[in-house]
Design a protein around this ligand. Structure first.
Ligand code: GDP
Ligand code: GDP
Length: 503
């Protein structure tokens, strides 16, 4: 033990994230291959491929965040791995433990429930228990309820709290988070966004950020920080204003349209920071790329949308106000919906149907059509994109820079919402009060739900434990979805369900 402890000074100083904040931090520790990365990804909803890194390369600590019952918790995955060199494993594990003990308010130790307790497990657990910090044992790879009781075998490690989980399937993760959250110091409750705030939008005040500043400052002083990054895909058919919007958002103001049509360049992301949030616009070269012919451009817009969705958390679905929602818009919107990304619908060129009209009248033009009415327009868009009813809708003019600020705010909002987690406790309380008779599903198609748990974020995914293995009837799914949205909103994000028969 002394030999191991003496390695500690050799270990490089833990590097804190650049903008350290006040949200409480907990660490994930454990020996290689127990599922730390999988758990981290599951909790934070990131899709970074950090599972199965190249052997021999120590990966950095990775910081992430989880929204849990409206509260933000930070997570550090301390999982440096050197699977090639058995001799280095103990020192690596101690390095992790040191980081965890220094920085974190609570620690989750992960073990592989399908393997025997190994020597490093014992050493690590001893060190962690001695620290006196709140510690929790997550016994991972308990993929079915049947084998979950096996987790009890790991009590010999000396932990009071043992949680059988399946990081891969999201099982038990909520209970673990409940316990971790309860053990962490309290932080200021975060404001739950109101739905009205989202559906109601007002072009007139949009460009005026002055009145918003005090609130931003307040958030910052409470520790809102820049470590959140949201990847944004700007999608839509040709000529709706994607490049113009990209330019407005990234603030270049130059080169509205790429003069080189159809050029193939490597994907370039551009990053913008605002209000303590980092926005990454994916494949900006691709957004500016144009097809040579109309047909080519249209095909390209669909291919690009699908490709860009892959790389993004949030999609800005751009619609041309002068043309309304076309079949191609609906097609691209459908891909966005199915992709599981969050969506903000951006009706662009609003100036063309409002300001321009007044100018035309002022210029003495006759038979100028009636002004576009936001309410009527909203109804039309909603009607044409029914499946995207959860997506906030914005009216902007990318070219005139009107309401562009609002785009950042909505992206930030939906990025937050998609990572929200509801605890199993809350969910069960909620389910108790539901009258499932109201679902209006034929008897033959009904399933009995024993309980429901949120297994994943980004998009929020709920697992229903049922008496039968059937696909949920669509109206039943919709019924559940509406109930969940009434209670927790999940603005901008689709909600997914999975059925797991319990037998
Ligand atoms: P780490 O080295 O501790 O970060 O472990 P990883 O997250 O890279 O996972 C190691 C292996 O265990 C991978 O092949 C994962 O797919 C697998 N794994 C992780 N969680 C689970 C789980 O809940 N169930 C099962 N069956 N396998 C898992
Ligand atoms: P993309 O093909 O979707 O990238 O569209 P572009 O950004 O190239 O824009 C297509 C055309 O729409 C250009 O002529 C732009 O100047 C025009 N445009 C873009 N945004 C606006 C806007 O907000 N208002 C008006 N009136 N025109 C716009």
């Amino acid at each position: 033990e002394n030999a191991l402890a003496s390695m500690l000074p050799l270990i490089e100083e833990a590097q804190r994230p650049s903008d350290s904040i006040s949200a409480p931090l907990f660490a994930i520790c454990g020996r290689p291959n127990v599922g730390k990365s999988t758990l981290f990804n599951r909790l934070t909803g990131t899709r970074r491929s950090i599972v199965g890194d190249e052997p021999g390369i120590t990966r950095d600590r990775i910081y992430g965040e989880v929204d849990w019952d409206g509260r933000v918790l930070r997570i550090v995955d301390t999982g440096g791995v050197i699977p090639d060199d058995e001799a280095l494993i103990p020192s690596e594990i101690f390095r992790q433990a040191q980081v965890a003990l220094e920085e974190a308010e609570a620690i989750v130790m992960v073990v592989d429930g399908r393997s025997e307790i190994a020597a490093p497990d014992l050493e690590l657990s001893r060190l962690l228990i001695r620290s006196g910090k709140p510690i929790f044992l997550a016994v991972n790879k308990m993929d079915t309820e049947k084998i979950a009781p096996q987790a009890e075998n790991f009590r010999t490690l000396g932990f009071k709290e043992v949680f059988p989980i399946s990081a891969e399937h999201g099982l038990g993760v909520g209970d673990l988070l409940d316990a971790v959250s309860a053990a962490m110091p309290a932080t200021e409750p975060e404001e739950a966004p109101e739905l009205e705030e989202v559906w109601e939008d007002d072009t007139e005040t949009s460009d005026d950020t002055g009145e918003e500043q005090p609130r931003e400052r307040k958030l910052r002083s409470h520790g809102e920080h820049v470590s959140r990054e949201t990847s944004v895909a700007i999608i839509g058919r040709p000529n709706v204003g994607k490049s113009t919007l990209l330019n407005a958002l990234t603030g270049t103001g130059r080169a509205i349209v790429s003069p080189i049509a159809g050029t193939t360049r490597d994907a370039v992301d551009e990053t913008v920071e605002r209000d303590g949030h980092r926005f990454r616009f994916v494949d900006t070269a691709g957004i500016r790329r144009k097809g040579k012919t109309t047909l080519m451009a249209e095909k390209l817009s669909v291919i690009m949308a699908r490709k860009h969705l892959e790389a993004a958390d949030v999609a800005l679905l751009v619609i041309d106000a002068t043309e309304g929602v076309t079949g191609l818009d609906a097609n691209i919107g459908g891909y966005a919906h199915e992709s599981g990304r969050s969506v903000v619908i951006v009706v662009n060129k609003w100036d063309a149907v409002t300001i321009e009209r007044e100018q035309r009248i002022a210029a003495g033009e006759e038979n100028v059509p009636e002004p576009a009415d936001k309410k009527v327009y909203t109804e039309q868009v909603r009607d044409a994109l029914k499946y995207l009813d959860y997506a906030p809708l914005l009216f902007i003019s990318a070219r005139e820079g009107i309401n562009v600020e609002e785009v950042f705010k909505k992206v930030q909002l939906v990025a937050r919402e998609r990572r929200k987690r509801i605890s199993t406790g809350q969910m069960n309380k909620f389910l108790d009060g539901i009258d499932f008779e109201r679902a209006g599903v034929p008897w033959s198609k009904r399933v009995r739900i024993y309980y429901m748990t949120q297994a994943a974020v980004a998009p929020p995914t709920f697992v229903l434990f049922t008496d039968r293995d059937v696909r949920l009837h669509f109206s039943y799914e919709r019924f559940l979805q509406n109930l969940i949205r009434d209670r927790w909103k999940f603005i901008g994000s689709p909600i997914w369900f999975k059925v797991r028969p319990r037998n």
